[in-house]
Design a protein around this ligand. Structure first.
Ligand code: 1PX
Length: 215
């Protein structure tokens, strides 16, 4: 269940789940996508309760997807591709304004997808950071370049305040539970292309179906 997020975070596990995300013909498995996010939320939770409002929203979104995967039409929710096809063909998506399908898989996954872009930008900054780089600054820059564009002012404000509470670079690396900073950097170098690929495939799919602005 998503309620239990208390095991120790390990970046390597998250890396593995993102590896499992892609099928042979480059479809994105929802099961592993969700598992990847669970791992990230575990990490966020270990940083303290100021990030609770962020992880709460992410857990909500994951739960919506898991509910779709477990309901009677669950077989349509195996990959992001099959989900999009099924929901569009059956008119289960609010396309222009919120209506009778506020919890469509498509609009819910889009929120996580946008957050994945933030993650990509943030991890790339972490990977190339110097000893005196500030995680709060890297995080804020990544956020301003991506996710913030989809958030109202109050959310941006709250996020900005939370970023200031992030631990410094070295403690941050320690929480990642990979080993020495050089090993963290190497691991990030391995993880980033996978995350980028999952992001890009989803982005192209959503663009192709005109789903990038779902309400
Ligand atoms: C190895 C490093 C890993 C770091 C892992 C951190 C995981 C972060 C997970 C963040 C997930 C955020 C999902 C946000 C989805 C969203 O945009 N929701 C908004 C829109 O939803 P709606 O249903 O209303 O259309 C919603 O309004 C969000 C509210 C919560 C605030 C979101 C702020 C996001 C900041 C993301 C950066 C996280 C900083 C973590 C620092 C490590």
């Amino acid at each position: 269940s998503v309620a239990v997020e208390d095991q120790k975070f390990c970046l390597k596990e998250v890396l593995n789940t993102f590896k499992l995300c892609l099928s042979e013909n480059k479809e994105v498995y929802l099961e592993h996508y969700v598992a990847g996010w669970r791992g990230l939320i575990k990490f966020l939770n270990s940083l303290g309760s100021v990030f609770g409002f962020i992880s709460k929203d992410a857990v909500n979104k994951i739960q919506i997807l898991v509910n779709h995967m477990n309901d009677e039409n669950g077989s349509q929710y195996v990959t992001v591709q099959s989900m999009v096809k099924y929901e569009l063909e059956n008119e289960l998506v609010d396309l222009t304004k919120r209506g009778s399908h506020p919890e469509s898989g498509c609009r819910t996954l889009l929120r996580l997808h946008r957050a994945l872009r933030w993650l990509e930008l943030f991890l790339e900054r972490l990977r190339t950071s110097k000893e005196d780089s500030k995680t709060s600054v890297m995080c804020a820059e990544a956020y301003n370049e991506s996710l913030s564009q989809h958030h109202p002012w109050v959310v941006r404000k709250a996020a900005g305040m939370a970023f200031c509470m992030l631990p410094g670079r070295l403690s941050f690396f320690e929480v990642m539970n990979v080993g020495q900073p050089e090993q963290v950097v190497a691991m990030l170098g391995e993880a980033l292309p996978l995350i980028s690929e999952v992001y890009q495939i989803t982005e192209d799919l959503y663009a192709q179906h005109n789903l990038l602005e779902l309400p």
